[in-house]
Structures are given as C-alpha cells and as structure tokens.
Design a protein around this ligand. Structure first.
Ligand code: NAP
Length: 432
C-alpha cells in the first residue's frame, strides 16, 4: 500500500488524487489535507461567481472524494497542526498542491494606501473566502483602476460592472452582492503595460465585456496595431484582439470600462491615507517586447485600485522556494525525496483549471517510479493519531456535505448556495 498526502484540495489536489487512483488502483491511500473546512480551493473561492459552468467541475472532484481510497482531511493547517517533516515520516509521499493564493506585490510608492488591494483579496472577498470576508473594498467611486491585462483583471472589471440581474444564478456571497449593488463606480480603467497584441485575456472572457447590461468597454483605435498584423497571432489571441477591435466606438452606458494600453502605474497618491489617483507612465515596447517607460505621465482619479498582476505560492518553512518565480523550487514536480509540488505550486499561476490534470498525472508517474510498493508507513492512521493527540477538529468529506446542504438551504432565490464566510460558521453547520 502506498500512502500519499496531498496538501490542498483545489483542482491540482483532486486531479493528483484521481491520477493516483488510475495509477495504483486499490494499492494507494490518498489523504487530501486542507486548512479550510471546505474543499475545492480556487473552484470555490477563485473562479468568478457568475461562471457557474466552470465551477461545475467540482462534481468530478466529488466523485474522487467519495471513493474509498481518497479522504478529505479539512480544517488541518500544515505548519500549524502538522509539519512537513511529520507528514514525510507518516506518508510515502507528500504532494504540495497549495496553489498560488497570494498577490504579487505591485511594488510602486503608495501601494499600501487604503483602497489599494490585490486581486486575491478582492476575489476572495466576493467569493466568501474566510481570510477576506471582512475586506470592505472602497466602492464609492467614481473611478476604479484595475492593473493587469489577464483574465483576473477581466473578472474584477466585470464583477464591478455587473447588475444584480447579472448575478442571478451566481454564488456571489450576500455581503458582496449588497456592497456592489450600491456602489458609485462609473469608470473602470484597465491598465495594460503592453499593447493589444500582448494581452493575456482569452476570447470568451473578453467577449463577455461586450454584453454587460450597464457597462460598455471602450478601446482607443489609436492603440490598435494595423488589422493586417493580427494574422500572425495565435488563433486565441487573434480572437481576443478581434473583440478589442469591436470595443472601439461602442455606445456609452452608465459604467465605462476603458482599456488603457501602454500604461503602467508608477505611483499611487492619496488624500488622508486613502487612494485618490494613480500616476501612470506611458510605455513602449523594447526590442524584446518588454514594456519600458517613456517618461510621459498622467493621473487617473481612483477610489479603488485592484492589482491583478499574478499570484505567488506562500512559502512553507523548510521547503525550498524559488523567489523569482514565486513557487516551490522543483524539477518537474520533484522537490526532495518524498516531497513533490503540483499545479500552480509547481509551475506558477498560469493555464486553465484543466491544465492541472496532466500535472496530476505527471506526479502519479513520478510516484510510480519513486515509491516502494509497501514501505509500511502508517499513513492516515498515523495522521489521525497525531491530530487527535493535538485536539485538532478534523472536518471529513461527510461533514463538508452537511455544510454544503446548509449552504444550499441558505441560498437566496435562484442562487445555488449562500457560502459560509467564517470558519466557525462552517464548523457549526456540520451535523445538520
Ligand atoms: P496573467 O494571465 O499572468 O496576467 C497578468 C497580467 O498582469 C499580465 O497582463 C501582465 O502583463 C500584468 N502584469 C504583471 N506584472 C505587472 C506589473 N508589475 N505592472 C503592470 N502589469 C503587470 O494572470 P492572471 O490574470 O492573474 O491569471 C492567472 C491565470 O488564471 C491565467 O492563466 C488565467 O488565464 C487564469 N484565469 C482564467 C480564468 C478563466 O478562464 N475564466 C479566469 C481567471 C484567471 P505582462 O504580460 O506585460 O507581464
């Protein structure tokens, strides 16, 4: 029997468990450990609440979770309740599937002012992550600046622009729905430090901006390269750029979503400790395609700045870390004997949810090559004994199903659920 601990119950964690089942059949036991009492990581607290079809993938993880040789061990934090060396003693393999839940710092003067937040915090707030439920973002408007030209920037702009009707059928949490319903944001500026041909936005997500009830996207025709140059782009990017071309001269709506290309924040200025404006520098591309400042600056008034410039994996004491790339130092997923990384913790915050599936299979292949068939390690029985000795209140998958039932019962009309946003409330909801 091979004993495997996977740390993190998001897509990378569940795909790894699924791959271990396929690789070893009955000859493996997988414990999926999560610091929260609820599973699915980014699916629950990262994917936008109005993208329910993407969230549906959790049903596939549920099938894995309900099989006999996979177990969810919730409300157990590595570093607080159990350490990596202890897990390595108990299990044949420890796979870090901890994702990249921390914001990369913007790193400009003024980025610590009130009203300047990272996307992890903002996305966590509207998705009910316990760490960010109390965020209270500054939504008084009239300006909001979203930094970055990726899909997270699109999510943030769209969530700021959506009406209550557009949230129908979503699982946005009540506190965010209420706050967004009454906000005063009239102008959302998406700051892209490079040009339309360098965006990281995918076509479906970008196209959605063109169909919002009360918001219209605007692109300045002068920022677009000649149309003939689009032919050289990858098909996906070409489709995205086609959307940008359609955003030139769109009729106004109450909220304007302005794409500001070749523009990077150089300073954030405040009044009374709160953000008031973003000082932006025009950029141009150098020979390597990087953004370089031109020295020309201007200001954009803003009561809220959300930086959507990518994420990083938090460090775990004793685990080698690549600070430049913001993830665990690893060779194709191998960190050290018995210790592996998968998903964003392995390769950084790129790709879609499905990209984590081959990652999981890669790790299962490594385990097949590296692990003995039966080392005699105690695995889950040993973890249970250790956690019981420490008085840790472990949440099982059955407990989660009770929590989920309560969330479904609490849902407002038409919504799939009303998420609990406090760990205590999640724990209290077990047992009906
Ligand atoms: P991303 O795709 O890497 O985009 C980050 C953006 O931030 C890039 O435009 C980058 O510009 C810019 N940036 C980086 N550092 C900057 C700085 N210092 N100043 C100004 N701009 C800066 O990251 P993401 O949007 O966080 O998304 C992460 C992953 O999740 C992506 O793979 C994304 O597709 C995926 N995702 C998918 C969906 C969906 O499918 N619906 C939704 C959300 C996220 P440069 O290119 O110039 O570096």
């Amino acid at each position: 029997m091979r004993q495997v601990a996977v740390i993190g119950s998001g897509p990378a964690g569940y795909y790894t468990a699924e791959a271990c089942q396929k690789q070893f059949g009955e000859a493996v036991r997988v414990d999926i450990v999560d610091r929260l009492p609820v599973p699915y990581g980014l699916i629950r607290t990262g994917v936008a609440p109005d993208h329910q079809s993407i969230k549906a993938v959790s049903r596939r993880y549920e099938a894995t979770a309900l099989s006999d040789n996979v177990r969810f061990v919730g409300n157990v934090a590595v570093g607080r309740d159990v350490s990596i060396p202890e897990l390595l003693d108990l299990y044949d393999a420890v796979v870090l599937a901890t994702g990249a839940p921390s914001d990369r710092p913007l790193g400009v003067p003024g980025d610590d002012l009130d009203g300047v937040i990272g996307s992890a915090a903002f996305v966590g707030w509207y998705n009910g992550h316990p760490d960010f439920a109390g965020l209270a973002p500054a939504l008084h408007g009239p300006g909001a600046v979203v930094v970055g030209a990726g899909n997270v920037a699109l999510d943030v702009a769209r969530i700021l622009a959506n009406t209550a009707d557009e949230f129908a059928g979503s699982d946005i949490v009540g506190h965010a729905l209420d706050a967004l319903g009454g906000h005063g944001v009239e102008r959302i500026t998406i700051l892209a430090r490079r040009g339309p041909h360098q965006i990281a936005m995918t076509p479906k997500e970008l196209g959605e901006l063109g169909h919002l009830h009360r918001a219209a996207p605007h692109v300045d025709a002068a920022d677009l390269p000649p149309e003939g140059e689009d032919a050289a782009l990858d098909p996906g990017l070409r489709k995205s750029v086609a959307h940008l071309r359609q955003f030139v001269g769109t009729p106004d709506k109450p909220i304007s979503i302005d794409f500001d290309f070749f523009a990077q924040p150089v300073r954030i200025e405040g009044e009374g400790g709160r953000v008031a404006r973003v000082v932006v520098e025009r950029t141009r591309l150098d020979a390597e395609g990087r953004a370089v400042g031109t020295g020309e600056t201007y200001s954009i008034p803003a009561g809220l700045v959300v930086s959507c410039i990518g994420y990083q994996t938090p460090r775990i004491e004793g685990v080698p870390y690549d600070a430049k790339l913001g993830r665990f130092a690893n060779e194709e997923g191998r960190i050290a004997p018995g210790l592996y990384a998968v998903g964003w913790a392995r390769r950084g915050p790129t790709g879609t949810i499905g990209t984590n599936r081959p990652d999981g299979f890669l790790i299962a292949d490594h385990l097949a090559a590296d692990l003995p068939e039966d080392s005699g390690k105690p695995g889950r029985a040993g973890l249970d004994a250790l956690l019981a000795e420490r008085g840790v209140d472990v949440v099982t998958f059955r407990d989660w199903q009770e929590i989920e039932k309560a969330e479904v019962a609490n849902a407002r009309e038409g919504a799939p659920r009303e998420k609990f946003t406090a760990v205590e409330a999640m724990l209290a909801a077990r047992g009906g």
